[in-house]
Design a protein around this ligand. Structure first.
Ligand SMILES: Cc1cc2nc3c(=O)[nH]c(=O)nc-3n(C[C@H](O)[C@H](O)[C@H](O)COP(=O)(O)OP(=O)(O)OC[C@H]3O[C@@H](n4cnc5c(N)ncnc54)[C@H](O)[C@@H]3O)c2cc1C
Length: 433
């Protein structure tokens, strides 16, 4: 099963609202013949582009290979939410790795969000950065936990951008009858993800990264140097950096055991008009709710609802993506019953068992970062930078991330899908109870 082609045509962006509202840089040439570089980066999403850019800034000669177009993967298709911290909340993280490491990871998380802001600023591109991420509780029983979490963040981490919202406050922010309380984090923001990809691409191109699109790595041979093969080129490099996330397609069996592809879907309504849009989300925050199969949504600049929800664990996308997302969207906003859906698309992301990123040195000179579990806009960008640091000989923070527990999925690459589907369906069912 080829994850890159099963749902998409190579070289063609999906019919997304993002592709319709961003202007891509001129296509980059396909890689051909014998190519020599200090570092070969594979994958043209946030992780690969950030790695390539930071490597170049450290003086390396860098070639980046992208199988399709830049941002063709999850980076060009996601919800655009740039949340602080890791995918796992700090209290849970403290249980997993201890307070000291959890504190370091919190700092890394804060840096990742700042990094995105800085890179967008350096590019001079309008990536539509808009402050505020709101967590919404869809069950009353979650409210004490949310209140305790906010207190904990304020007290233990001295983080004062977050505040608890009671029932009246959240209903003033989100025009849905279903929420009981929530938390507003003004340290996070949302943006136009594909414009951010293109902003990174322009920085990388202008600073001298040699970018090749339509240049799929077929395999690589570890060694010193490492050899990377595409259909029409062989790249020989001192280091290989992989940013493949959910698209690793078993190119490296170590990744296949720990990083599993799942699909998630987004639908975008017709423009709703400012007043109607503001009655749904009053202050332009991005929202993510407490369901296990999370609903996440925000408004576009032209007052559309961009709504993400619904997952699938087989490789093939459902045939009617708009219908797939309309269900969860109407559960949250029944008042959108008659809103037309103008765009609907799916994307593939990599998840890990623990929902922490999987950062690994696959061989001495082969590094990989993936499995961001729906939290990769900022963490993918930072992971790219950490891989660049590691190649340059400063591996401290890369090694810290590499120690995070991301155990193998039970059942191995063949059986894990059915097992995961069963587990996920159970949790999704619990969402409804
Ligand atoms: C629908 C959806 C919603 C999401 N919402 C959010 C959100 O709101 N906030 C958040 O933080 N995260 C979100 N995520 C996750 C986030 O998008 C990812 O974590 C992030 O984009 C990962 O970036 P990446 O560069 O590691 O991988 P990708 O962007 O997937 O890039 C991998 C690239 O590698 C290329 N490639 C694959 N195989 C090869 C090969 N053999 N040779 C060359 N190139 C290859 C692919 O074409 C692709 O462009 C979401 C993901 C999806 C799918």
């Amino acid at each position: 099963m080829d994850i890159l082609t099963i749902n998409d045509r190579p070289g063609v962006y999906p019919d997304s609202y993002y592709a319709a509202t961003a202007s891509a840089p001129a296509p980059f040439p396909e890689a051909e013949g014998e190519i020599r570089a200090d570092v070969c980066v594979v994958g043209g999403g946030f992780t690969g582009l950030s790695a390539a850019l930071h490597l170049r800034r450290s003086g390396f000669d860098v070639v980046l290979l992208e199988a399709s177009r830049l941002g063709f993967g999850a980076s060009g298709r996601n919800g655009g939410q740039v949340g602080t911290g890791q995918r796992v909340a700090q209290p849970e993280l403290e249980q997993m790795v201890g307070l000291e490491t959890a504190r370091s990871l919190w700092q890394i998380g804060l840096e990742s969000v700042d990094l995105v802001r800085q890179l967008v600023g350096q590019s001079g591109e309008d990536c539509q950065i808009t402050p505020g991420i709101l967590h919404a509780d869809h069950r009353a029983r979650f409210v004490p936990e949310t209140r305790a979490w906010v207190d904990h963040m304020q007290q233990t981490y001295a983080y004062d951008h977050i505040r608890f919202l009671d029932r009246d406050e959240i209903r003033a922010e989100v025009g849905s009858p279903g929420y009981h309380a929530g938390a507003l984090d003004l340290g996070g923001f949302h943006l136009h993800p594909l414009r951010y990809v293109f902003a990174l691409a322009k920085l990388a191109r202008d600073e001298g990264v040699r970018i090749h699109e339509m240049s799929r790595m077929v395999d690589f041979t570890p060694g010193d140097p490492v050899r990377i093969r595409t259909d029409r080129a062989v790249v020989t490099a001192d280091h290989l950096v992989l940013g493949l996330n959910g698209y690793h397609n078993n190119l490296a069996p170590q990744l296949a055991r720990r990083v599993m592809p799942i699909n998630n879907f987004i639908a975008v309504t017709e423009p709703l008009g400012e007043a109607r849009a503001r009655s749904l989300i009053a202050n332009d925050y991005a929202v993510g709710d407490s369901r296990f199969v999370i609903n996440y949504y925000r408004l576009s600049r032209d007052h559309r609802m961009i709504f993400g929800g619904g997952e699938s664990y087989g490789y093939r996308f459902p045939s009617d993506l708009a219908a797939k997302v309309r269900g969860p969207m109407l559960e949250v906003f029944p008042q959108l019953k008659d809103a037309r859906i103008d765009h609907a698309w799916g994307g593939t992301l990599g998840i890990t068992m623990s929902r922490l990123p999987h950062v690994e040195r696959l061989a001495g000179n082969v590094l990989s970062a993936s499995g961001f579990s729906g939290h990769g806009v900022a963490m993918g960008s930072l992971a790219g930078k950490l891989m660049a640091e590691a190649v340059a000989g400063q591996a401290g923070r890369f090694d810290l991330m590499a120690k995070l527990p991301t155990g193998p999925f039970p059942g191995g690459p063949l059986l894990r899908s059915p097992l995961l589907v069963a587990a996920m369906l159970w949790y999704a069912l619990r969402d409804r109870l």
